[in-house]
Design a protein. Structure first.
Lengths: 232, 197
């Protein structure tokens, strides 16, 4: 009962820059405990003087994969995120904690609906890949400033506007056929309200509050799970 | 294991508990929707054995002797913020003013949202534990737990329940909302009591 989580040695096996804010980093983690989609881990950086910086990140890969992926977003003065984005490279060594979190995890009892803004898509990459591997249905709504920030557009575009609803709020590419408005009272009009749903919402505090209000106004007693970045 | 190229922006600071980093801003983290509450409607119930032993209205509460504290706050998500100024009523003062004798050693703090967290009586009646209605000389904003929240500054911040409206006495220490999801029963930041097991 130490209260300390266990950290494992980890090595970067792949780093993919998505745009000027986002990158995906794959780690191979020694003795990795298989995670439940939706869980997070903490990444630990250690300086030569022993100083350590540790931050939590949602796991963005399916538990079916051997490596573990995180979606990293550069943030103002972000000590760990900016190091990972700017300086880290394949072959570098880190420590990654065992998976944490028992609340914001895929329940899979009703039809899951994922609602994300920006890098809040990370846990839903894990959940949706897990479900897709099992041929299970889900809905995904994602708001991004630009096209590259959608991160998993290519994997999901065959379901565009049926199960997958990407929205670009600033820089739309030409011929964009997805959504372009912010989350609003019409966003979930396509859902059959006679069905049972479990909602998962992840993003900034502002986005989560907004989404919760809209979902509760649909008038059904849905299961709702939320995760916030801890924005200011 | 040293991380190549990492030198760390933050200097070691003895006021920062192990595994924490110094944050100048005040992040918003909540498990549930932010309720919009009018302070005039706020009250606090003290409960034991399903019986409400006392109910304190805002009109009574606001006239109790107030205390201001300046404390460092530590969140289990690893941020630490120095010198946060809170004003409110010490729980010990509240009990004295009500001439209330705590019936047990264990409490469950409850919020209007249904959120709960367990705090031992001994920690609830410490000098710096207050039921607060003001942060930095302003009313506490809804997203930070206003109109009234608990501040237990020596424990991780999930123990400082936002939107407090109940103190329930229990015969034994019982996990609350996050404790049921694996967070530590006590939550001392200096011992890094983040998770149980």
């Amino acid at each position: 009962m130490t209260g300390l989580q266990h950290f494992n040695n980890a090595i970067i096996t792949k780093k993919k820059i998505i745009n000027s804010d986002l990158c995906l980093i794959n780690f191979e983690v020694e003795n990795w405990n298989k995670h439940v989609p939706g869980q997070y881990s903490e990444i630990c950086l250690t300086a030569e003087n022993g100083y350590q910086a540790i931050r939590p990140y949602s796991i963005a890969s399916s538990p079916d994969k051997k490596s573990v992926t995180f979606l990293i977003e550069r943030v103002n003065n972000g000590e760990v995120s900016n190091f990972l984005y700017d300086i880290s490279r394949e072959g570098d060594n880190f420590q990654v904690s065992n998976p944490i979190g028992k609340r914001f995890i895929l329940q899979n009892k009703k039809i899951p609906i994922f609602v994300a803004s920006g890098s809040g898509i990370a846990p839903f990459i894990s959940m949706s890949k897990y479900l897709a591997n099992k041929n299970k249905r889900f809905y995904m709504y994602h708001w991004s400033k630009n096209f590259s920030g959608l991160v998993i557009y290519e994997e999901n575009k065959r379901h565009l506007n049926s199960f997958y609803f990407p929205n670009i709020t600033r820089s739309k590419p030409p011929n964009w056929t997805g959504g372009d408005s912010r989350i609003n009272s019409k966003t979930f009009n396509n859902l059959d309200l006679n069905k049972q749903y479990e909602f998962y919402v992840c993003g900034s505090d502002f986005f989560v509050e907004n989404a919760l209000e809209i979902i509760s106004n649909i008038g059904k007693n849905f299961d709702i799970y939320t995760e916030r970045f801890g924005s200011f | 294991m040293v991380t190549r190229g990492f030198f760390g922006k933050n200097e070691k600071n003895e006021r920062v508990p192990p595994g924490q980093y110094l944050e100048n801003r005040f992040p918003v983290l909540s498990a549930e929707p932010t309720p919009k509450l009018d302070i005039k409607d706020w009250d606090l119930s003290i409960i034991y054995n399903n019986e409400t032993l006392a109910k304190i209205s805002w009109d009574v509460f606001k006239n109790l002797p107030s205390t201001s504290i300046n404390r460092d706050i530590h969140c289990v998500t690893r941020w630490t913020k120095f010198d946060m100024n809170w004003t409110g009523v010490k729980v010990s003062t509240l009990f004295e003013e009500l001439d209330f004798k705590p019936p047990t050693e264990w409490t469950m703090i409850g919020a209007s949202t249904g959120y709960t967290t367990n705090v031992p009586l001994k920690d609830l009646v410490l000098e710096n534990t207050i039921i607060s209605y003001s942060y930095e000389d302003e009313p506490i904003s809804p997203e930070h737990g206003g109109p009234v929240r608990l501040i237990v500054p020596h424990l991780y911040f999930w123990k400082s329940a936002k939107w407090i409206d109940k103190i329930t006495f229990l015969d034994e220490d019982t996990p609350g909302f996050w404790e049921n999801y694996g967070y530590h029963m006590y939550g001392d930041p200096w011992k890094e009591q983040r998770y149980s097991g």
